[in-house]
Design a protein around this ligand. Structure first.
Ligand code: ADP
Ligand code: TRP
Length: 321
């Protein structure tokens, strides 16, 4: 069983990324052959700052390792170190109906938020399909927002197989239902592109500032409130122990939930939750040579697998003459 997922280094990684993708990937380490990578080619659709992109690529790698990804137990690399993926993207592009991409919510949402509608942003799902199909992945753990992209991948793979003969494994998305979408500070999906995130590795002051900025309503403390409609509660319950979550839930329902107090409690909970990972991350960031070595080894491993698939694809479509 091959399990594969990627994450964009388009800013600081946040708790939505953690629950939607990093945590499920790390948990799956012993369930199959794991492929985890930093998708810097995808990040080019939104980042045009060389310093930021190269720094955030290294930081995303450190984040993943600090949170528990073991490079000995998986293949872990940076997307652009395996250029085979761009050739496969071009081949797949020619089997991808324009309308399939036009229907993608992620594209439409980003354009609605004012991100320039470049060709790269539009064809982003084809590069993602190439990422998945190149490694013949069976399972793709992602947040709910990426489900449609995995469906696009399936459509492209089926079309390829029907046109050129059985070549690609048809992948399935894996979505953890209780954390399918982590809300951001404003209650919309938490996303680096919406500026509404709580970073995993913020310093204490920035963490406090972010948590205090979680938007809540203006109901008085003693008023009964619906916990499931409260952004703060929905974030709180992801981290607090079950018993404490139940107590807080009762406070919402019966009256007595004080937002300011709960926010301060959440700061403490978050700080403790990521303490060990934070310490490990500091060491990794200080040892860039080690990080680069891990990524270079991962790229060699990934490239070996990628070249087998690409060789077969070239043959299937007639590029071998
Ligand atoms: P962002 O929207 O912050 O740029 P990415 O698109 O890089 O995040 O997403 C990386 C992974 O994290 C994907 O699997 C995505 O589904 C998941 N993810 C991102 N935001 C959330 C969220 N708010 N809740 C759950 N999963 C998320
Ligand atoms: N598009 C994904 C996101 O924004 C990242 C990604 C790129 C990905 N390639 C992938 C996820 C392959 C899973 C598999 O979150």
């Amino acid at each position: 069983m091959k399990i594969l997922s990627g994450i964009q280094p388009s800013g600081k990684l946040h708790i939505g990324n953690y629950f939607g993708m990093m945590h499920p990937m790390i948990n799956n380490m012993d369930r199959g052959e794991l492929y985890a990578f930093i998708v810097n080619l995808h990040a080019l659709t939104s980042v045009q700052d060389r310093e930021a992109l190269s720094r955030d690529t290294m930081e995303a790698a450190a984040d993943f390792l600090a949170l528990g990804l073991d490079p000995e137990k998986c293949t872990f690399w940076v997307q652009s170190d395996v250029p085979e993926v761009t050739e496969l993207t071009w081949i797949l592009s020619n089997l991808t109906p324009f309308g399939l991409l036009e229907r993608c919510h992620s594209y439409k949402d980003k354009v609605a938020k004012g991100i320039a509608a470049s060709h790269g942003l539009f064809s982003y799902p084809v590069l993602m399909a190439a990422d998945i199909l190149l490694y013949q992945a069976n399972l793709v753990p992602v947040g709910k927002d990426q489900k449609q992209h995995v469906e696009v991948t399936r459509d492209i793979a089926i079309k390829f197989n029907n046109t050129y003969g059985e070549t690609f494994v048809i992948p399935e998305p894996v979505i953890e239902s209780d954390v399918a979408t982590v809300p951001g500070l404003d209650g919309q999906k938490m996303s680096k592109s919406y500026g509404n995130t709580i970073g995993i590795f913020l310093d204490e002051k920035a963490l406090k500032k972010n948590v205090m900025a979680i938007v809540t309503d203006s109901a008085p403390v003693e008023a009964p409130k619906d916990p499931d409609k409260c952004n703060l509660y929905n974030i709180f319950k992801l981290f607090a122990p079950q018993e404490r979550t139940q107590e807080v839930r009762d406070l919402y329902i019966n009256g007595g939930a004080a937002y300011g107090y709960l926010k301060l409690e959440l700061v403490d909970i978050l700080w403790e939750y990521f303490r060990a990972a934070r310490e490990k991350r500091d060491k990794l960031i200080a040892d860039q040579a080690y990080l680069r070595e891990v990524l270079a080894k991962g790229a060699d491993k990934a490239r070996e697998k990628a070249s087998v698939t690409l060789d077969l694809v070239r043959d299937r479509v007639g590029l071998k003459y």
